[in-house]
Each structure stands twice: as C-alpha cells, then as structure tokens.
Design a binder for this molecule. Structure first.
Ligand code: NAD
Ligand code: 0WE
Length: 258
C-alpha cells in the first residue's frame, strides 16, 4: 500500500471530473495526500471548491487561481501555497492548450502566434511551475506531467500540439537532470486517448479511439483511473529510482507497427 499521509500534492489542470488530473488527484487523496488544486480562471473557482469536496478534501485541501501563462500568477499561487503549507512533495502538471484553428488547419499553416501559445501554455509552464515548486520541495519531491504519443508520431490534426509534446518530453529530461541533485524526480505519463474537455470538438476522435481498440495489444481504450494509478506510483517512494522517463499508459498501442 502506498502511504502519502502528511504529503502535500499541488495539482494544475483539474477543470472537471472528466479531467485526467481528477483521477490523479483521486488516487493521491486516497493514498492520504493533502491536495492543493489550481484552477485557470475565476469562472472555475466554485467548480474547484466542489471538486475539493468530492475528493474528501474540504477541510484539509485548498484551491487557488492561476493562469500558467502569467508569471505573476505563478509567483502569487506559490506564495499562497508557501503560506498555507511549510513544504510540498508532489506537483502534477496536466495542462495543455493550442488555439483551436491550429488543431484544424494544415500543419504547414501554423502561425508564429499559435506556435508560441501552444508552447507557452503546454511546455514553458512546466519549467516555470517546477522552478517555483522546487524551493518548497525541501524533502525531495516528484513532478509529473501528461503527454501524448502525438509528440513522437504524426496524428492527423494534432499538429502543433505534437511539436509541443515533443518539447515537453525533452523538458522532462532536462528538468530531471537539473533537479536530481535536490532529490526531485521529474516524469511524464503518456496517456492513450480519453474523452475529456480537451478532446471535445476534435473531429475524428471516435476514429482515434477505434484504432486503439483494433490495434492495441489489450484491444481496448484506457480508463482514466489507470492513468491515476500510474501517476500515484510515479509520485510515490516505490518509484524512487525513476526520473526523466515517459511511461506509456496506452494499452500497448505505441508498441504496434501496424
Ligand atoms: P482537460 O481539459 O480536463 O485539462 C486541461 C487543463 O488545462 C484544464 O484544466 C485547463 O483549465 C488547463 N489550462 C489550459 N490553459 C491553461 C492556462 N493558461 N492556465 C492554467 N490552466 C490551463 O483535458 P485533459 O485531457 O485532462 O488534459 C490534461 C493533460 O493530459 C494535457 O496535457 C493533455 O495534453 C494530456 N493528455 C490528454 C489526453 C486525452 O486524450 N484527453 C491524452 C494524453 C495526454
Ligand atoms: O493533448 C490533447 C489535446 C490538447 C488540446 C485540446 C484542445 C481542444 C480545444 C489543446 N488545445 C486545445 N484547444 C482547443 O481550443 N490530447 C492528447 C487530446 C487529443 O487532441 C487531439 C487528439 C487527441 C488524442 C487532436 C487531434 C488528434 C488527436
């Protein structure tokens, strides 16, 4: 049994119950961790407080607003966290965004601004959050981000997000090297496709899910909670020797050739 009692986990990217971050938060909370949730905008505040309650954290955990594209909001949220808790142990980064057009148009037409936004929110934010979290990880720590196989192979319409995921996976390795001496581990889970808010409006999503059922060794799609279980493992002492890695939770889809 993994015991995270007395540990503090900060989770970015929990928008609703379907978010991948929700299943990660659920597993961390079940293991005894205290949760700090960070939501993107004022609009999501009530939702975040309800989610804390659903996660059994209404007395212990807390929720703060932070748009990760703004340095001053990152500084402010970690100042609030430092005030509420003397130390943090776990940081979950489950954030990605690219302007909708960039996920629709021909990749060749990717604009400089859409490229910048995708990389700012989906990649740079991990570096900025890791830098802000590290001084609070006085007893070592674990940082985990979410990636997708589209960072390695071409999926129609994933486009600039694929380029951003490749950069994110590289950032995981460079951060792992940078933070290793402080006993802070940095890893990624590469999740198979899941119907979340971030998958809404993406044409052909069924086709992507069907391809997994057909081709993946396990002949099914992943369940959210399977990502939560792997995230819990990677953030726990059981994974004390693992850093800079990308772990696939994809029913084996990535190993197949045809
Ligand atoms: P989601 O929409 O529930 O989560 C995305 C989160 O990013 C939201 O909570 C949103 O508020 C947050 N966000 C976006 N811009 C932000 C900003 N400027 N500041 C702060 N927060 C911001 O969708 P999800 O599928 O749970 O996505 C979470 C992560 O999982 C993403 O990195 C995504 O790429 C990755 N992922 C998703 C799938 C999938 O098929 N759904 C598969 C593999 C990896
Ligand atoms: O990382 C993602 C999606 C991230 C995402 C989603 C959106 C939709 C709404 C980033 N930015 C936006 N911007 C919006 O305006 N996934 C892994 C899910 C996903 O998205 C795809 C996929 C899969 C899988 C897009 C095309 C093909 C496959």
């Amino acid at each position: 049994m993994i015991d995270l009692k007395g540990k503090v986990a900060v989770v970015f990217g929990l928008a609703n119950k379907r978010s991948i971050a929700y299943s990660v938060a659920q597993k961390l909370a079940e293991a005894g961790a205290t949760l700090v949730l960070s939501y993107q905008s004022e609009r999501l505040q009530r939702e975040a407080e309800e989610l804390l309650e659903d996660l059994g954290q209404s007395g212990t955990g807390c929720a703060f607003r932070c748009d990760v594209s703004r340095d001053e909001e990152i500084d402010a949220v970690f100042a609030q966290i430092a005030e509420a808790f003397s130390r943090i142990d776990i940081l979950i980064h489950s954030v990605a965004f690219a302007p909708a057009d960039a996920l629709k148009n021909d990749f060749l037409l990717t604009s400089r601004e859409d490229f910048r936004i995708a990389h700012d929110i989906s990649v740079y934010s991990l570096i900025a959050l890791a830098r802000a979290a590290a001084p609070l990880m006085s007893d070592g720590g674990a940082i985990l981000t979410l990636t997708y196989y589209g960072g390695e192979k071409v999926f129609p319409n994933y486009n600039v997000m694929g380029v951003a995921k490749a950069a994110l996976e590289s950032a995981v390795r460079y951060l792992a090297a940078s933070l290793g001496a402080r006993n802070i581990r940095v890893n990624a889970v590469s999740a198979g496709p899941i119907r979340t808010l971030a998958a809404r409006g993406i044409g052909d999503f069924n086709q992507i899910l069907d391809a997994v059922t057909l081709r993946a060794p396990l002949h099914r799609n992943i369940e959210q909670i399977e990502v939560g279980n792997t995230a819990l493992f990677l953030c726990s002492p059981l994974a004390s020797g693992i850093t800079g890695e990308v772990t696939f939770v994809d029913c084996g889809f990535n190993i197949t050739g045809i």
